[in-house]
Design a binder for this molecule. Structure first.
Ligand code: OSB
Ligand code: MG
Length: 373
């Protein structure tokens, strides 16, 4: 039984070790909204994946925070929910859209339920793996030379898969050189919707490079063009931005627009919807994998739990804490195992402690939202 007595919203700012550039923008730091759902016997924590700028989705740190404060907290405060799934339904009914705002609260509710039941978040979600194969998502680099240096750095650290960001004019030559220098490395590319239907012939030229997949070449709402590309290319087409819900995933599967699906719980409104997408894809024989949004250790713990479900069949965009941060907000930080995996925490709840003393030094503001009745 979940009865949320108050919600704490806090904003923290963390500098990335390296700027991260994708086709639609660049970021040097993450401004993150953390949410705490407080009940009389525990606290669940969630991380909002929205960015400072609306260049990946329309949501931003500020819109997400506003939705939580103004519209979402009131839909759950003081009410009695049997579990996180029912709380998620109340969030879905409360507003249209804004999945990242909903997901932050939803994932905190699953964290609460895991603690109440005395199980790990992974086992509450139905996970079966105890370690997750992971890779590194490498941002756009100024030159081929710098790209090769970056790849080498991560290969030396033990990563076995890389994802290279691409953009028009910043694509084939870079990836060809990468493939030449690392003939055996598992490699994939991500365009973040930078191409159009007229680029179809160009995109087919990636085929001989033996990529695991090409992620989101076209606009988020353009399933048909993705389906056309998938029909004429051997490289699996992966959808990220296009899959905002299980319903959108069903449309994509019906159109054969995706050979693979990237699931980010933040993008789809939380774990309940993420599991629906996972199950739909499993039934359709389409593999999924867990994406990332440069999360802190809190969001990383949530993502790892989800990625332990059985149909997550490609390496995740979940790297070790030290790929992103000088100091992560969780203790212990996430580290890479010698076999290129990250262990799924087995302890009750999140499985890692939150470094509250660090949070105290990087918090920009916080507010408590109480039950109104
Ligand atoms: O498209 O997967 C993406 C980061 C921000 C916005 C979009 C994307 C990404 C990543 C980061 O690729 C992956 C990670 O968290 O390591
Ligand atoms: Mg992507």
């Amino acid at each position: 039984m979940l009865i949320v007595e108050h919600v704490v919203l806090e904003t923290i700012r963390m500098r990335l070790k390296q700027a991260f550039r994708i086709s639609s923008g660049s970021q040097e730091e993450r401004c993150v909204v953390l949410v705490r759902l407080v009940t009389k016997d525990g606290t669940g924590v969630g991380e909002c994946v929205a960015g400072d700028e609306p260049n990946y989705s329309y949501e931003t740190t500020e819109t997400a925070r506003w939705m939580m404060e103004r519209h979402l907290c009131g839909a759950i405060l003081g009410l009695e929910f049997p579990g996180a799934r029912e709380l998620a339904m109340a969030l879905t009914r409360a507003i249209r859209g804004h999945p990242m705002a909903r997901a932050a609260l939803e994932m905190a509710a699953w964290h609460l339920e895991a603690q109440q039941r005395g199980v790990s978040l992974a086992s509450l979600l139905g996970g079966s793996k105890d370690r997750i194969e992971v890779g590194v998502s490498i941002g756009l680099q100024p030159s081929v030379e710098e790209l090769l240096t970056e790849i080498q750095r991560y290969v030396d650290q033990g990563y076995r898969r890389v994802k290279l960001k691409i953009a028009p004019g910043h694509d084939l030559e870079f990836v060809r050189h990468a493939r030449e220098a690392f003939p055996e490395l598992a490699m994939q590319v991500d365009a973040n919707a930078a191409y159009g239907a007229s680029d179809m012939a160009h995109l087919r030229r990636f085929d001989p490079l033996g990529l695991l997949m090409i992620e989101q070449p076209f606009a988020e709402d353009d399933l048909v063009t993705h389906a056309k590309l998938q029909a004429m290319t051997e490289t699996p087409v992966c959808l990220d931005e296009s899959i905002g819900s299980a319903a959108e995933c069903e449309s994509a599967l019906a159109l054969q627009a995706a050979g693979v699906v990237n699931i980010k719980p933040g993008r789809v409104g939380g774990f309940a919807e993420a599991i629906r997408i996972h199950d739909l894809c499993a039934d359709a024989g389409v593999p999924v994998w867990c994406g990332g949004m440069l999360e802190t250790g809190i969001g990383r713990a949530h993502n790892l739990a989800l990625a332990s479900l059985p149909n997550f069949r490609y390496p995740a965009d979940l790297s070790a804490s030290d790929r992103y941060w000088d100091r992560d907000v969780v203790d212990p930080p996430f580290t890479l195992e010698p076999d290129g995996t990250i262990l799924v925490p087995g302890r009750t709840g999140l499985g890692v402690d939150i470094d509250e003393r660090l949070l105290d030094t990087i918090r920009e503001d916080h507010m408590t939202i109480e039950c109104q009745y």
